[in-house]
Design a protein around this ligand. Structure first.
Ligand code: MIC
Ligand code: SF4
Length: 652
């Protein structure tokens, strides 16, 4: 039987397990990268494991999220990251070099590799034919310490592309918005999306990367394209053709599911507030007055896209009531736009060109005003993520964004009568790498410097046999990690300080949560009750560590998002699912739930009887933990476990 691209890559990295959907597999990893907002914890955790040097072929530490530097916290974090990278053997990508995924695609990603990143949009690298997976910081730290990466083998979905995009106005962003429209934010859970079919050759590597980037919004484990001549040209233009290998599915490869998309039938699409799957054609809501437009982020920051945006803006002006913000994805793209005059066109049209960073995407500046409408070429529009709960955020392609900025209202660009020529993909990218610092050959003398905001990672005690805890919050479906642990300019600088950041857990849903949880902690701890797809979105492990710090012992939900579930286990919080989802209705905030014999049940059937002491009702939940996950949860999380295992690995 023929093999698909996913099977080929997994097979060449398989250390243990069987490549059967749902089965645990253990994999060799080629690259691990971190970004600053998750990376300070990841590197503190790496240090706590006690290994001297990273034990993967390539490790990179990026700084891109947290760059406002309004006080000592950010620059202290940056210095810690730079000194830790040098000490432990990782490349350091300095602030200003670009958003991790964009830079990694340009400078490091390789077809056929497996990579991990401490960010949910790591699958961006799938555009080049790499299996790239977002993980929590502790998972990344343990793999850097030499442990294999363990996961359950996902189902493989073929997205068969035919036809060609109606350029220039229909873009790669519309391909992924169409998938979100069809499948929703839960549609990809437990799956990898492999793209194939004759339409693939119509897409450049950065366009493919836009699609794999936002596959994260489907809840997918990752997404990947084949590696072909287009990939080779891109790598050659990046000055690293030697990293190219061909990678195609066999003609008789099999898939668990097949989805067809005719690129030629797509039209400009837009996701309405407050979810990336709330997608409609732009023409259905055109005329919507827009106050702010943001272009860039790790989703849509390539040179070609930015060049097209500049061509729309050339000789035109941003509408008087609109604020247009542009955050290019990398120093390479920025420099090229500056050299060819595109930057001048943007500035002349009235764009506010921001620093190269995540910026408004994660609420680090650029928040829209109260009741305002913001149209963004980004990937997430969860309520409040932009820095203002009272704003309405829409997502669309950079071209829809650019024409809307000029017109002042949402417009289907095909109706505007603007004619722009598609820029060619560059034959050579500028590669000065001036902000990319390789690890020193001799790290012995390097001192790791930690500012006063950098606190140790808290540890949890081993799992107790009896959980008797208060329901400290009950929430609905699709709760995001932005809901659990908000980001933004006020909270992001606290990422290296768990006691401080824990004061913001569930801040937008219930600002009283931390105090209530701490009170419950004194009486035995807390339980959070969720709905479907609990913990979707970001990889931030703070959404598990901070609740753990506040005494949360378990989360009971209808289903969990992959990365967040792993983070809960890594920090010793038991993720439980209702046997009968309707039992959820009979639980209220404030109820006391009692689960007996937890340690024994975990080793057996994993079905637990929960007694609601407040209503005298009973119901059942289960935990679906793999053998490894059981070991972690029993030990109180991955850190104590990793210390043990990595230690014996080093001495052994
Ligand atoms: C995001 O887009 O939500 C982030 C900020 O990049 C996160 C990582 C983080 O919270 O630091 C992600 O996507 O994983
Ligand atoms: Fe940064 Fe936004 Fe991309 Fe997350 S989604 S990595 S915040 S640009």
């Amino acid at each position: 039987m023929g093999r698909n691209v996913v099977q080929k890559i997994f097979e060449s990295h398989l250390l243990d397990g069987e490549l059967k959907a749902g089965e645990p597999v253990s994999l060799r990893v080629d690259e691990v990268y971190t970004q600053d907002a998750t990376g300070t914890m990841a590197w503190l955790e790496f240090e706590a494991i006690g290994v001297d040097r990273v034990r993967v072929p390539l490790a990179v530490s990026y700084v891109d999220h947290n760059m406002i530097q309004s006080n000592f916290r950010n620059p202290d974090d940056h210095l810690f990251l730079q000194t830790a990278a040098a000490r432990f053997g990782a490349y350091f990508s300095k602030p200003g070099n670009g958003i991790c995924h964009q830079v990694n695609l340009e400078r490091f990603a390789r077809p056929g590799w497996i990579g991990l990143g401490t960010d949910s949009h790591t699958p961006t690298n799938g555009g080049i034919g790499m299996i790239a997976i977002g993980v929590g910081g502790l998972e990344a730290a343990t793999v850097m310490a030499g442990l294999p990466f363990e996961m359950r083998m996902p189902r493989v979905v073929l997205v068969r592309l035919t036809g060609r995009l109606q350029r220039p106005w229909v873009t790669a962003m519309d391909v992924i918005l169409e998938l979100l429209r069809r499948l929703t934010v839960k549609g990809g859970v437990g799956k990898v999306f492999e793209y194939g079919g004759p339409g693939v050759s119509d897409l450049s590597v950065p366009e493919r990367a836009t699609i794999t980037n936002m596959g994260a919004e489907l809840g997918a484990t990752t997404s990947v394209f084949p590696s072909d001549e287009v990939t080779r040209r891109y790598l050659k233009a990046q000055g690293r053709e030697e990293h190219w290998i061909p990678l195609q599915a066999d003609y008789d490869a099999e898939y668990d599911e097949v989805i067809e998309i005719d690129l030629g039938s797509l039209e400009p699409l837009v996701a309405r507030p407050h979810s990336p799957d709330n997608v409609v054609p732009v023409r259905e809501i055109d005329g919507l007055r827009v106050d702010q437009v943001c272009i860039g982020s790790c989703t849509n920051s390539s040179y070609q896209v930015m060049e097209m945006v500049a061509r729309v803006l050339r000789g035109r002006s941003v509408a008087p009531h609109v604020s247009l913000l542009i955050n290019p994805g990398s120093r390479q793209v920025y420099e090229m736009l500056a050299r060819d005059g595109a930057l001048a066109d943007m500035v002349a049209a009235g764009a506010r060109v921001l620093e190269i960073s995540c910026g408004p995407c994660i609420g680090m500046g650029g928040a829209p005003g109260t009741g305002q409408v913001s149209l963004r070429s980004y990937n997430r529009n969860f309520r409040g993520r932009c820095g203002n709960k009272e704003a309405e955020v829409y997502l669309a392609s950079p071209l829809v964004c650019a024409v809307t900025a000029v017109k002042g209202e949402l417009v289907d660009p095909r109706q505007l009568g603007i004619d722009i020529e598609m820029p060619q993909e560059p034959e050579v990218f500028i590669n000065s790498d001036s902000l990319l610092i390789p690890p020193p050959a001799d790290p012995e003398g390097v001192q790791i410097i930690k500012g006063p905001n950098i606190k140790d990672v808290p540890l949890k005690e081993p799992l107790s046999d009896l959980i008797e805890a208060e329901v400290v919050l009950k929430v609905g479906d699709n709760i995001t990690t932005d809901d659990i642990m908000p980001a933004g300019a006020q909270v992001l600088p606290l990422r290296s300080n768990i006691p401080a950041i824990s004061e913001y857990v569930f801040h937008h849903i219930d600002p009283e949560f931390p105090r209530r949880a701490l009170r419950a902690k004194e009486r035995g701890g807390g339980i959070v009750v969720g709905g479907e797809n609990y913990g979707q979105g970001s990889s931030r492990e703070h959404a598990a560590i901070a609740p753990m710090y506040l005494g949360v012992k378990a989360v009971i939900a209808i289903s969990f998002a992959r990365i967040h579930r792993a983070n809960l286990i890594n920090f010793g919080i038991l993720p439980l699912v209702f046997m009968d989802p309707s039992d959820r209705e009979r639980i209220n905030t404030g109820d006391i739930l009692r689960i007996e014999g937890v340690r024994e049940v975990i080793q057996g059937e994993q079905v637990y009887l929960v007694k609601n002491l407040s209503s005298s009702e009973e119901f059942s939940v289960r935990s679906d933990l793999s053998e490894r996950e059981k070991r972690l949860i029993l030990a109180g999380g991955l850190l104590p476990y990793a210390k043990q295992v990595a230690g014996s690995y080093v001495s052994g």
